[in-house]
Design a protein around this ligand. Structure first.
Ligand code: SF4
Ligand code: SF4
Length: 286
């Protein structure tokens, strides 16, 4: 199975739209929405959920008051100020606890243990001759990289003979992006011809130097600034990154995709040829 991750240096460049098109046009594919902080691939597919499972992505300390002598030693060792006193009793502030285990080690009564906590949900959907794994990180929870890895693990399990895995990666260059790219074959970076998008793209490309992936670029809304589009193409040439294609600004395409995604296969719209060229280019290369 070929694993293709779609990335962007920041949100709002058309990454999810492109990932949606790839998964619609590439037959026998499973989709993985790894933008776990703001998942939105299912806004396009509106698919039937088959199951949802809790994801335990963190551990926090818990005191066994039957054993605790209230010596307060643990409070001195917590560097995150997660151990407090309430009514002369030691308590853990779950929101501040980082699960570092210092209190567990230092407690003379072995009264503290670390317990796993739910930090998100992993969801599996099945739709339109294709499969889809998504997730949602709890508000304020950390560990998005771990949840991304879990989404890909479930997608691997559910793929069962699919030819492609299309991963809608997290935007930016953080740990969830690293987790999105890990163990994939090809990275497609979607960017727009703007100064900020180009700067973000360069930072992302720097990050991708740490992987063995084939890197490709798609320039979205290229016709909004052809000078910047040429700048991107020149930069890609200098850095041996292949430009898979460029897509014109096309409001109708977004409307069709969001109204009835299946109809992008049958309806005509201005950017359709550009998308089909990109898919064909990709098929020939990977
Ligand atoms: S170090 Fe252990 S025994 Fe002492 S207050 Fe903390 S939990 Fe209780
Ligand atoms: S596990 Fe670490 S952060 Fe959490 S309460 Fe204990 S010492 Fe503090």
């Amino acid at each position: 199975m070929k694993k293709i991750v779609v990335l962007s240096g920041k949100g709002g460049t058309g990454k999810t739209t492109l990932a949606s098109f790839l998964s619609i046009f590439l037959e026998n594919s499973i989709k993985a929405d790894c933008d776990v902080d703001a998942p939105n691939l299912n806004l396009v597919f509106n698919a039937n959920k088959i199951y949802e499972k809790d994801f335990y992505g963190a551990k926090i300390a818990k005191i066994n008051y039957d054993e605790c002598s209230n010596c307060k030693l643990c409070k001195d060792y917590c560097r995150f100020e997660a151990i407090k006193e309430e009514d002369n009793k030691i308590v853990i502030d779950a929101l501040s606890c980082e699960g570092c285990k210092a209190c567990v080690i230092k407690c003379p009564k072995n009264a503290i243990s670390l317990n796993e906590v739910v930090t998100g949900k992993v969801k599996y959907y099945n739709d339109f001759d294709s499969k889809f794994v998504g997730a949602k990180l709890e508000v304020g929870a950390e560990g998005s990289g771990k949840l991304v890895s879990k989404v890909k693990e479930v997608a691997n399990e559910e793929a069962k003979g699919e030819k492609y895995m299309i991963i809608d990666g997290s935007p930016g260059i953080g740990c969830s992006v690293i987790a999105s790219v890990t163990d994939t074959d090809s990275s497609i970076i979607v960017l727009e011809p703007t100064m900020s998008s180009i700067d973000d793209f360069k930072r992302l490309l720097k990050l991708l130097e740490n992987f063995d992936n084939n890197n490709f670029v798609i320039i979205n809304k290229y016709d909004l600034n052809e000078e910047k589009t040429n700048e991107i193409k020149d930069y890609c040439k200098e850095n041996n990154v292949e430009v898979l294609g460029k897509i014109p600004f096309d409001k109708e395409m977004v409307r069709i995709l969001n109204t009835d995604f299946k109809s992008v296969l049958t309806k005509d719209f201005e950017s359709k040829d550009a998308f089909i060229n990109i898919i064909n280019n990709l098929k020939n290369i990977i």
